[in-house]
Ligand binder design. Sequence first.
Ligand SMILES: [Zn+2]
Length: 230
Amino acid sequence: MTLELFRNNSYLKEHIAIISDVVPEGLVFKETIFYPEGGGQPGDVGSIKLKNKTINIVGTKYINNKLVHLTETIDDIKKNEEGSLILDWSKRYSYMQVHTCLHLLCSIIPYPVTGGSIGDGRGRLDFDLETKPDKEDVLNKLNNLIHKDYLVHISSITDQELDDNPDLVRTMSVKPPRGSGQIRMVRIGDDIDFQPCGGTHVNKTSEINLVKSVKIENKGKMNKRIIITF
Ligand SMILES: [Zn+2]
């Protein structure tokens, strides 16, 4: 198993890592700073600087339970070789900002989330909701929360604690990761938002750029899509 360093520190931009496996799609490392595609967030891109060459990493995702850094070539790359993993930080930081802002959106629209997606400078959530919220109102509330500079805390609860408090799960389409006995929790401020999440976030809401526009689309009687752009 790859040690996922981004879970405890999402601000690591460069890290020296050892290749633990070479698979047809790319490379597996003993530890990594690259986030694998999941929960609506794209897998990280960047590069790996080896002794004699630098190879682009065009994506990161789990394949057959291995955290694979997708590369265009695996020629002449050997297991146990050491290299410097370098993240495309501007892209990842944008995902962290958008992702954290989607938590704020969750707090403003207190309805179940049925889907979502995180992009570079934009994101969306789908809500199980009949009436369209007012988009100017959503925009003002989001920017107010961003401006207030709430801290983002990472903690954990047990599987049992989550079973006892099913309301903590806001996203119906993404199941909290179970198996380790502990569920990673994300809290914003004291009571702005508190839910299971394995993604990457900024440390405080003032790091999020102000939201430029909010668009709300009807995706069925009980489904409203809210798209935010920065
Ligand atoms: Zn999150």
